[in-house]
Design a binder for this molecule. Structure first.
Ligand code: HEC
Length: 111
């Protein structure tokens, strides 16, 4: 249990102005992606997804994403177009989410 340290409640240093985006990520992306700043743990939702299908995408605590890549993934449904649906969010919401993921991804990469 040593890994379950800071931020048990999921309130992981998210700036006030980013809370809306964190909530959006949690709502739209958490089923498949992990990002602790958005209190999202993709794999944990696995059992709740219909048919127990494996839909997990990359863990954004481990992988740093650039804004443009997030926008690309949102528009096209990931990079492979296989599992992630395209255009889950569009327009301003997509921009806000892309900024959020670009700012908060890659933070869990430390040992
Ligand atoms: C139904 C599951 C699912 C949902 C919901 C989902 N994704 Fe994905 N996503 C994936 C999978 C699987 C991949 C990896 C395969 C691929 O790139 O096509 C992926 C890939 C990505 C990538 C590329 C990561 C990389 O470096 O390869 C980004 C960025 C991304 N998703 C962002 C998002 C965002 C933002 C949302 C919410 C708006 C979201 N995803 C919702 C399943 C999902």
């Amino acid at each position: 249990m040593a890994a379950a340290v800071a931020g048990c409640g999921g309130e992981v240093d998210v700036k006030d102005e980013d809370r809306v985006a964190a909530t959006m990520f949690n709502e739209y992306c958490s089923g498949c992606h992990t990002l602790k700043s958005a209190n999202s743990y993709g794999s944990k939702a696995e059992g709740e997804l219909e048919g127990g299908e494996r839909t997990n995408g990359p863990n954004f605590d481990q992988r740093k994403e650039e804004r443009e890549d997030v926008l690309f993934a949102i528009r096209n449904g990931g990079f492979s177009g296989a599992i992630m649906p395209a255009n889950i969010v569009v327009g301003d919401e997509a921009e806000v989410l892309a900024d959020f993921v670009a700012s908060y991804s890659g933070q869990g990469a430390a040992p």
